[in-house]
Design a protein around this ligand. Structure first.
Ligand code: AMP
Length: 477
């Protein structure tokens, strides 16, 4: 990779230094390791920083968050405590990720307050945060509407409205909510819309709520060479069993299995669990608490297989994913590329396994055309079990019944586990991801020390207080 600034300091065309950004912002980007603009940033930022409305085609992982965040931050007045920018997102997970990224990018400016407003969390706390003053609100359309209706949130000072993953919000039936929210924003605001695809509803949104938007697009991401794609022909009767055969043969640590329907997800998870796999399902109707629990276990590598629909998997950001299985072929080739693009990230290689029956061959043909590559087929009888014993996730999740409300921070949990008090001191290698949510904390520990670590935490103290801790198992789901 070539650095964006040569030793002499001459900026290259994709350098952030070519943009009208403050020196403090440029220094912060440098510190964050953002050497060069990503293609979507290079295409969007000049338009967005010029104050124009924008429709940008961008996928998760393209750097799209920084593309709109830098634009909205550039206009922000930190000394004025009014909501000046709002980002609408389809899911709470995405809203959380967006808020984290905005906060990172805002470090260059004085005390900028970013709050998230999503469903599944008490309105009261969110109202208090709003009363304390916020510059930027990130949230899901339904919950934002709630706050507007109750008068907790006012948008008179808003100058930037961002619709992130607009296609997904439309898929999830948020058109009317977005429209209601947009109507309450000052007409002179700037609107930035980001979407991976252009379904009809996007045009409709643009016509109703945007002013001469400029469209920018970067070439659709070609399938990474690091992703190995294999197709298997299946029948209706052996499709679900084939998933187990693939897992026993390839033994991936983490697998995301996509089904086209919620029912198929449920059937597959039941079958995989019966076959002894640690598999969990993610679909629309889960309660937020259940969703958090499932996502935490998958992200920290204590669940081998996550079975999901496309809609439910939105906003899911997992960096280490060894395999994607298309249990059903999607009729939309863009969705196929999006699905398999979740593996083979960050320089690691990935495996994309697709199961297709005769009546899905038309869809496979569309995928071949879209990718410009023929599909490569393999035989089911080559799938023989490998390795020893059942496929087990390397980690186990401990759930501590206490979270942000109790002011627990990851460091407190790490401290309790690595201390020599009340049991063996665990090494950093034996402790995985620590995720603090509103009411509880998830911590991954190596499978062979999990029970012991759970006992140690239960007997000892976290942040000076006794805590209740339990091991999550399939029986809890
Ligand atoms: P996003 O598509 O916004 O979810 O961003 C994907 C990841 O890329 C995030 O972890 C960002 O922090 C990171 N990122 C965004 N822009 C850049 C950049 N210009 N250089 C390096 N990393 C970036």
């Amino acid at each position: 990779m070539t650095p964006s600034n040569t030793a002499a300091g001459t900026p290259t065309p994709n350098s952030f230094a070519a943009l009208p950004l403050t020196p403090a912002t440029l220094a912060n980007l440098q510190q964050l390791g953002y050497q060069e603009m990503t293609p979507i940033q290079a295409a969007s930022l000049p338009v967005a920083l010029a104050g124009k409305d924008l429709i940008a085609q961008a996928q998760t992982g393209s750097g799209k968050t920084a593309a709109f965040a830098l634009a909205l931050l550039a206009k922000l007045n930190p000394r004025w405590f009014a909501v000046q920018a709002m980002v609408l997102c389809p899911t709470r997970e995405l809203a959380d990720q967006v808020a984290v990224e905005i906060r990172r990018l805002a470090r260059a400016q004085d005390n900028i307050k970013v709050i998230t407003l999503c469903g599944g969390i008490a309105l009261r706390g969110q109202r208090a945060s709003l009363e304390n003053g916020a510059h930027i609100v990130v949230g899901t359309p339904g919950r934002i509407m709630d706050h507007l209706e109750r008068g907790y949130l006012t948008l008179e000072g808003l100058n930037t409205l961002v619709l992130d993953e607009a296609d997904r919000m439309l898929d999830m039936g948020f058109f009317d909510d977005i429209a209601t929210v947009a109507r309450q924003c000052p007409p002179a605001r700037q609107t930035l819309l980001f979407s991976a695809t252009y379904p009809e509803g996007i045009e409709k949104l643009a016509r109703q709520f945007m002013r001469e938007p400029q469209r920018v697009e970067v070439a659709p991401p070609k399938t990474e060479r690091l992703i190995e794609q294999r197709f298997y022909e299946v029948t209706r009767s052996n499709r679900l069993q084939t998933v187990g055969a693939l897992l026993r043969h390839f033994r991936p640590v983490s697998t995301l299995a996509f089904c086209n329907t919620k029912q198929q997800c449920k059937d597959l998870v039941t079958l995989l669990q019966a076959e002894g796999f640690y598999a969990l399902a993610l679909y629309g109707e889960l309660e937020q608490r259940e969703r958090d629990q499932v996502l935490a276990q998958f992200a920290n590598r204590s669940c081998s297989v996550l079975v999901a629909t496309d809609v439910a998997s939105r906003g899911l950001d997992i960096t280490q994913l060894e395999a994607v299985i298309n249990v059903d072929i999607t009729p939309d080739p863009e969705v196929h590329v999006h699905r398999i693009g979740r593996t083979g990230r960050a320089g690691a290689s990935g495996l994309a396994l697709s199961l297709a029956s005769m009546n899905e061959m038309g869809a496979v043909g569309k995928i071949e055309q879209y990718q410009g590559n023929p599909s490569v087929w393999f035989q089911l009888d080559e799938l023989t079990p490998t390795g020893t014993g059942p496929l087990q996730p390397p980690m186990v999740t401990l759930q501590i019944l206490g979270g942000r409300k109790e002011k627990i921070r990851p460091g407190d949990v790490l401290g309790a586990l690595t201390s020599t008090e009340g049991g063996p001191a665990y090494t950093r290698e034996q402790i995985g991801k620590i995720q603090v949510t509103e009411f509880c904390t998830f911590v991954a520990v190596a499978r062979d020390v999990a029970a012991q670590a759970c006992a140690k935490l239960n007997a000892g103290k976290v942040k000076g207080k006794s805590v209740k801790v339990r091991l999550l198992s399939l029986a809890d789901q």
